[in-house]
Design a protein. Sequence first.
Length: 214
Amino acid sequence: MAVAALLATTGELVARGVVDGRISGRLRARIGVNQVHLGGSALLGLARGRFDRVRVTGSDARIGRIDGASVDLRLTDVVVRGAPRVGRLRGEITVPADAVARSLERDARGPAVSGVTADPAHGTLVISVGGGLGTVTVRPSLQDGRTAFELVDARVLGRPAPAGVATAVEEALRERSARQPGPGPVEVTALEVTSAGLVGTVRADDVVLGRTAD
C-alpha cells in the first residue's frame, strides 16, 4: 500500500510538472513567472487531454510597457493536447501605483515623476512631479480597448497650473494613449482604481496559448 501510494504521488507530481510546462511556460513570455493551480488531478486531466478549471496567478507580470503587475486568471475548458487552447478566460490584472510611477518615469518628457498615489474615492491617480512641487490628477478609462488618462487637475505649489502647462499635460497623455498597442486576444473590459492600484478586468474566449518561453 505504501509503495502504491508513493507511486501515485510521484505520478501526480510528474504530471503536474508536464501541465506546468504546457500552460505556465507558454504564458511566461506574456505575464512573466506564474503559478498554475489545477482544479483536479493532473494525471486524470492529462489522460483526458483537458482540464475543466485552471487558475493562473503571478506577481511580477509585464503588461505592455508596465512591469510589476499582478495577475489572477481563471481558465475554463483548457485543452492541453497539441497547442494548448483555452475555451474561456476571465480575471483581473492589478498594476500597483509604484509600477505606474516607474512607467511614467521612463516616458517622462517634462518634470521628473516622483510618485503616484491611488485615490479610490474619486477614481483617480495623483502623480507627483518635480520632487513634489507639482501634482497632476488623472482619471483612467477605456477608449477603444486602450487605457486613456483624462486630466482632472494640475497644480504647481498647490495652486492651479497655468493653462499652457495643463494643455501640455493633456497632449502628453493623449500621445501616451496613442502609443499603446491595439487590443489583443485578451480584452480589458473595465478599469477601476483601488487601494491596490489600477485594476483591469480581462476576458477572452477560444484563445490559443503561444509557444513555450525559453
